[in-house]
Write a protein that binds this ligand. Structure first.
Ligand code: ACO
Length: 323
């Protein structure tokens, strides 16, 4: 028994924040942002628009694409680092929006790897027969924890949501998922505030939950760890690099993505790139890129996909998927 992606969906909030917009308030420029990151614009949630608002739109599109009804959903796994509330978790909030009742609904907080973790967990429920129609979501409103006075992070992040429906299938399916974390790296990429630790910076006494990142060091470790996760996925399935039809990477930096494509001997034409339009949307980035590739017709049934992500923690992982 495998789990199989039956449908995908994504949603971007309307407001666009371009590099030119950022030039007006920050000591930065379009040329620097494009060449160092690949980002041209990112989408930002409207005031009052929450992570679950974005997720609901993406989920409804995935449900429609899968040809299922919300009442069939029997498991929800929701990756996010920017939840609406401390509790109920975003999975439960989304469940209520969709009018689903009674099924397990959980949120996974593993930063940019949130969707890969959620996918892996949902896959295990479907394979074991415990779930027959799992909704897997990655959604974020990172703009709410971005310090727009810090040019090293303000240029990177955006908001959005992506979702898939997983159903049981005797044909592959998700071939394997590979999850990792190493908390020794926590100081290189983190959000400063939390419920238990408090939302006030002890040094300044001011409220602060913003993302802090040692970008250059994160970059080097991301390339190494992602490279290992990609090799691990291929080895676990005894597949050669040439078997991969599409690379669907976490969209953090074009240069990290190019490094992964080189490692796989893949031309960039075989990589689904959304970073120029979406920026880094953390847990939402992989399912949104997947949905873009499916809806524009590049990704076809039977294609072999390699999904990978890396984020704060550090957490990282990959998934090998026969679409
Ligand atoms: N505009 C202009 N100049 C800038 C900007 C900016 N927005 N930001 C930094 N600079 C300057 C720096 O001050 C520095 O100047 P100096 O040489 O005079 O000191 C110079 O540019 C180079 O800075 P670096 O930080 O070395 O730039 P780098 O090439 O590493 O790019 C970036 C920075 C884009 C952040 C990159 O390191 C990166 O993408 N890192 C990985 C991010 C990532 O993968 N994160 C994981 C997922 S995110 C998550 O989990 C939430």
């Amino acid at each position: 028994m495998y789990s199989r992606i039956a449908g995908t969906g994504s949603y971007l909030p309307e407001r666009v924040l371009s590099n030119a917009d950022l030039e007006k308030t920050l000591d930065t420029n379009d040329e620097w942002i494009r060449t160092r990151t690949g980002i041209e614009r990112r989408h930002i949630a409207a005031p009052g628009q929450t992570t679950v608002d974005l997720a609901e739109q993406a989920a409804r599109r995935a449900i429609e694409a899968a040809g299922v009804s919300p009442s069939e959903i029997d498991f929800i796994a929701f990756g996010t680092t920017t939840p609406d509330l401390v509790f109920p978790n975003c999975g439960v909030l989304l469940q209520a929006r969709l009018g689903v009742r009674g099924c397990p609904a959980l949120a996974i907080e593993t930063a940019c790897t949130g969707f890969i973790y959620a996918l892996s967990i949902a896959d295990k429920f479907v394979r074991s027969g415990e779930a027959k129609c799992a909704l897997v979501v990655g959604a974020e409103t990172l703009s709410r924890i971005t310090d727009y006075a810090d040019r090293s992070t303000a240029i990177l992040f955006g908001d959005g949501a992506g979702a898939v429906i997983l159903r049981p299938s005797s044909e592959a399916g998700l071939l394997s998922t590979h999850l990792h974390a190493d908390g020794e790296y926590r100081d290189l990429l983190y959000s400063r505030g939390g419920v238990s630790r408090g939302f006030v910076d002890p040094e300044t006494g001011k409220p602060d939950i913003a993302i802090r990142m040692a970008g250059n060091e994160v970059f080097k470790i991301a390339v190494t760890k992602l490279g290992a996760a990609v090799d691990e996925a291929l080895a676990a399935n005894s597949l050669e690099k040439s078997a991969i039809d599409w690379l669907i990477p976490h969209q953090a930096n074009i240069r990290i993505i190019q490094a992964m494509a080189r490692r796989l001997d893949m031309p960039m034409e075989r990589v689904i790139l959304t970073i120029q339009e979406h920026g880094n949307t953390s847990a939402a980035s992989v399912p949104m890129a997947l949905d873009v590739g499916v809806r524009d017709g590049r990704i076809k049934r039977g294609d072999t996909l390699l999904l990978e992500a890396f984020g704060g923690g550090f957490t990282w992982g990959s998934a090998l998927v026969r679409y």
